[in-house]
Design a protein around this ligand. Structure first.
Ligand code: 4FV
Length: 256
């Protein structure tokens, strides 16, 4: 997969994509991340990339010409593979794991990062296929959104994760929050690792993990549960979790 990023801060984006799983995915040539700076396409001696916002008021806006030249250059560099251009902005659709999985199947993505008040609307209308937001808050630039997208997509590239299974067990991969995770020591002053995880009984371990995922989703993100149909086993496990949680809260001894 090829990802081109249009940004006034190319070093920031390159450094984010050079570490960890994404950095390794690049080394394994599963993914390439290239940054293009509109300033390199500005034609005036000051290499201007922004202008006053029309209609007055505070703030500057990224100019059409240098930004568009950078997008066109990135498209050309993609040597004809169909590209999808995404503008990171608070006006976009909220990023979800489902959207990440969809984008991870693309050949060529171009990520447009705004700065100042954003990018001239005419350029968005002409060159952007989709606007995506990483959350309902305002950042000083789209680069962090691009870095989030690159990381979430990069780790889903086949061969990026040493153990592909871990992507399947991700939070949200099945629309639920993840179960708790533990490592040695089995007993610590902070407590012991749950017995079932030391049992070696993989069916019971899978059951416990699903029960914990369902329970934590019910407690912390009931909106996610409302979005999905639970199978009979899941309903039984959630009922069991709820009963035990309510009992524990009422101070009753947990059932044997
Ligand atoms: C943002 C977000 C975001 C808005 C103006 C950049 C800033 C500035 N991007 N999800 N939330 N962008 O706040 O993606 O140009």
């Amino acid at each position: 997969m090829r990802i081109d990023v249009i940004t006034l801060f190319p070093d920031f984006v390159r450094s984010c994509a050079a570490v960890g799983v994404v950095g390794r995915a690049q080394e394994r040539e599963l993914l390439s991340v290239t940054a293009w700076n509109p300033r390199d396409f500005a034609t005036d001696s000051y290499r201007t990339v922004d202008g006053r916002t029309c209609g007055g008021g505070p703030g500057m806006v990224m100019l059409i010409a240098p930004t568009r030249e950078a997008i066109v250059a990135a498209r050309k560099a993609g040597s004809g593979s169909k590209s999808r251009t995404i503008y990171l902005s608070p006006q976009g659709s909220r990023l979800t794991q489902a959207k990440v999985a969809e984008l991870a199947r693309e050949d060529h993505l171009i990520l447009l990062c705004g700065r100042y008040e954003g990018v001239d609307e005419r350029l968005i209308a002409a060159e952007v296929d989709e606007e995506i937001s990483i959350g309902d808050y305002v950042l000083s630039g789209g680069e962090l959104g691009a870095a989030v997208l690159i990381d979430a997509i990069g780790r889903l590239q086949d061969g990026a994760l040493n153990d592909a299974a871990s992507a399947e067990q991700d939070s949200f991969s099945d629309g639920l929050l993840d179960c708790p995770h533990y490592a040695r020591p089995m007993v610590d002053e902070l407590g012991a690792v749950p017995d079932v995880l030391q049992s070696g009984n993989h069916a019971m371990i899978r059951r416990w993990r699903l029960k914990q995922s369902l329970g934590r989703t019910w407690l912390r993100r009931p909106d996610l549960l409302a979005r999905r149909e639970l199978g009979s086993q899941a309903r039984t496990l959630l009922e069991e979790f709820r009963r035990e949680w309510l009992a524990a809260r009422a101070g009753d001894k947990p059932e044997a």
